[in-house]
Design a binder for this molecule. Structure first.
Ligand SMILES: O=C(O)CCC(=O)C(=O)O
Ligand SMILES: [Fe+2]
Length: 142
């Protein structure tokens, strides 16, 4: 997962005409955190959220999940359900990449809803800078 995150950050850097390792170097020492989320079925899903609206604080998040579905992204003020891809890896861009690219790549605001019948499992791997790392916009993106 770390290799994939780094490859994706290289592609983003290159797409902005930055050196391929630019974002990786800007992030510095990587802290790869993992969250395993289990969402149990909820008898009244309209009254509950599995995970509240947020954006991820790191550079990039890779998410694997079962085929139940429940992730939603905020686009133009509307919550859009993300199709569940059991064999796929979902890429969620996060806050530090938005800062480094000056918003050319946006951090995705997302949440998880629950449903009445099925439990859901997801595994998120976060590619995060250290808490003391100063992150700033790439001069080429200013
Ligand atoms: O479970 C999900 O689909 C989303 C998990 C998530 O957004 C997170 O852990 O930050
Ligand atoms: Fe998240």
């Amino acid at each position: 997962m770390k290799d994939l995150a780094q490859k994706l950050l290289c592609i983003i850097s290159e797409n902005l005409s930055l050196p391929p390792s630019y974002i990786q170097e800007a992030v510095g020492e990587v802290f790869q955190n993992i969250t395993i989320s289990y969402y149990s079925p909820c008898p009244q899903p309209d009254l509950a959220l599995g995970l509240q609206s947020h954006s991820d604080m790191g550079a990039i998040t890779l998410l694997i999940q079962d085929d139940v579905g429940g992730l939603e992204v905020l686009k133009d003020g509307m919550w859009i359900p993300v199709p569940a891809l059991r064999d796929g890896i979902l890429v969620i861009l996060a806050d530090q990449t938005e800062i480094i690219t000056n918003g050319r790549y946006k951090s995705s605001v997302h949440r998880a809803v629950v449903n009445a019948e099925h439990a859901r499992l997801s595994v998120a791997t976060f590619y995060d800078p250290s808490k003391s790392r100063k992150i700033c916009t790439a001069p080429a993106c200013e």
